[in-house]
Ligand binder design. Structure first.
Ligand SMILES: C=C(O[C@@H]1C=C(C(=O)O)C=C[C@H]1O)C(=O)O
Ligand SMILES: [Mg+2]
Length: 451
């Protein structure tokens, strides 16, 4: 099979796709037609930025093996809808490459938050264009949903759409001036909430509630989300990278360390990621802080509650659950976390929707007991979380994976909203938890305002 060089030269790729389309004959039934060309690896974010239509979606798995930039949406899968109808179309693969179908996207903390629906979320998109890299193999895919009754019209539209492909262009450099910065809640209100949550009375109702803070930045320039994400990923190793842009003004993106789940057939991989300390200024201090975190009762308890919650949620769905007995350390650029790997063997016929419903929101971003913690947040939290602490990822034929959308920001024109949260449990102190928010915020701030 031929791999086509693809960078600034795209005519050969368009010609190949046109040839493939030329082979199409009117199908007898609704069909998903896939044109695909094996191409050389390209800078996925720079390619995405250069394309003309929306939504634009980016997804990069934590292990670095799956990278995707996707443009347009030929089908949308609302996450409340049943999975059964997917794949009911006839599949026609006209290229030499056959790639599994995949839908990309996610939902907000509240899976039917209308503000997230307006920002392209609460559903997954089957993209029109997809650049997909798995390991060292890259391909460009063009998806087309065809109904026999509108065949001619759809075919000529597809021919036009093929001309929309753009070559890779350099990402615009970012230099943002921040005119204004504001935290909600402020420290005073945060302190009140933490004291209330750690009181005996409230502890009897909720042993853990994850509170969040929104940091609003007004910028003097319009930020480019893909340029920001590109510099963000360069310093966050071992993180997911995700983003969705619905027009020139609105985007949501981030670099998250946290997996909601990876599913391969009946194997499920998830984790309890909770408990945090800042990275040290030098190696020695870093070593001391890490050692303290691994022994710290409050942080171990914070992590334990998440592991217990996930185990309980999985009991009905899994025939076997394995949980790492002791948390291990996950060092990131600005903070370290405690993590326990959880794996499970799923019972037959468990859908991705069932997994999303069971696992989200884990006690790493919601609280425990889940309902009581969510009710507390709905009543008392000062900001609408929107996309923050929701899920983002993909569902494919063979594999599906979602991260938890922490370490993320929303762009609304010249305003950026950065979100950070911290788990409040017995033993939490307002000042320490506020400092934890500040440490977590450094991840996003380092790209908005590089040192
Ligand atoms: C809620 C966030 O992070 C979560 C809370 C943590 C904690 O409180 O220790 C650690 C990791 C995440 O599970 C966030 O980064 O916004
Ligand atoms: Mg914490």
């Amino acid at each position: 099979m031929l791999t086509v060089a693809f960078d600034r030269q795209i005519d050969p790729v368009i010609e190949l796709l046109e040839l493939q389309l030329g082979r199409l004959q009117c199908p007898q039934q609704d069909s998903l037609v896939q044109l695909a060309v094996a191409i050389s690896e390209i800078p996925a974010l720079a390619w995405l930025q250069a394309q003309q239509s929306f939504p634009k979606i980016h997804w990069h798995s934590r292990d670095g093996n799956h990278e995707v930039s996707a443009v347009g949406s030929v089908d949308q899968w609302w996450l409340t809808e049943s999975q059964a109808k997917r794949g009911n179309w006839q599949r026609l693969c006209l290229g030499e490459v056959t790639a599994e179908w995949r839908y990309y996207g996610g939902h907000g903390f509240n899976p039917d938050d209308p503000s997230v629906t307006a920002q392209g979320g609460n559903r997954l998109h089957l993209p029109q264009w997809e650049y997909r890299r798995i390991g060292e193999q890259s391909c460009l895919i063009f998806n087309l949903l065809l109904q026999p009754s509108c065949y001619q019209q759809q075919l000529s539209q597809a021919k036009q759409d093929l001309q929309q492909l753009r070559a890779v262009a350099p990402l615009p450099p970012q230099q943002l001036n921040i005119a204004n910065q504001q935290h909600t809640p402020n420290f005073h209100d945060w302190q009140q909430r933490v004291l209330e949550l750690t009181s005996d009375e409230q502890q009897a109702r909720t042993s853990k509630v994850v509170l969040c803070r929104e940091t609003r930045l007004d910028t003097e320039q319009l930020a480019n989300p893909w340029s920001l994400l590109d510099s963000w990923q360069a310093q966050q190793h071992g993180c997911y990278r995700f983003g969705i842009q619905v027009d020139e003004q609105q985007a949501f993106f981030g670099c998250s360390p946290e997996r909601l789940f990876l599913r391969k057939q009946d194997k499920l991989y998830t984790e309890a990621l909770a408990g945090t300390c800042a990275r040290g200024q030098d190696q020695q201090q870093d070593h001391i802080l890490a050692g303290q975190l691994l022994m710290d009762r409050k942080n171990i308890y914070e992590n334990q509650l998440v592991a217990d919650d996930i185990e309980q949620q999985l009991t009905l769905l899994a025939s076997q659950i394995d949980i790492e007995p002791e948390p291990h350390l996950v060092p990131l650029a600005q903070v370290s976390h405690l993590c326990r790997i959880i794996s499970a063997r799923l019972r037959p016929d468990i859908s991705e929707q069932a997994l999303l419903q069971a696992l989200h929101p884990t006690a790493a971003v919601g609280g425990l007991p889940r309902q009581a913690a969510q009710a507390y947040l709905a009543q008392h939290e000062a900001v609408n979380r929107g996309w923050y602490a929701g899920v983002f990822g993909m569902i494919g034929e063979q594999r599906s994976e979602f991260c938890v959308t922490i370490r993320s920001m929303v762009q609304q024109g010249q305003q950026l909203q950065l979100y950070t949260g911290a788990g409040i449990v017995a033993g939490s102190e307002p000042t320490t938890e506020w400092h934890e928010l500040n440490s977590k915020l450094k991840s996003a701030m380092s790209v908005v305002q590089p040192a």
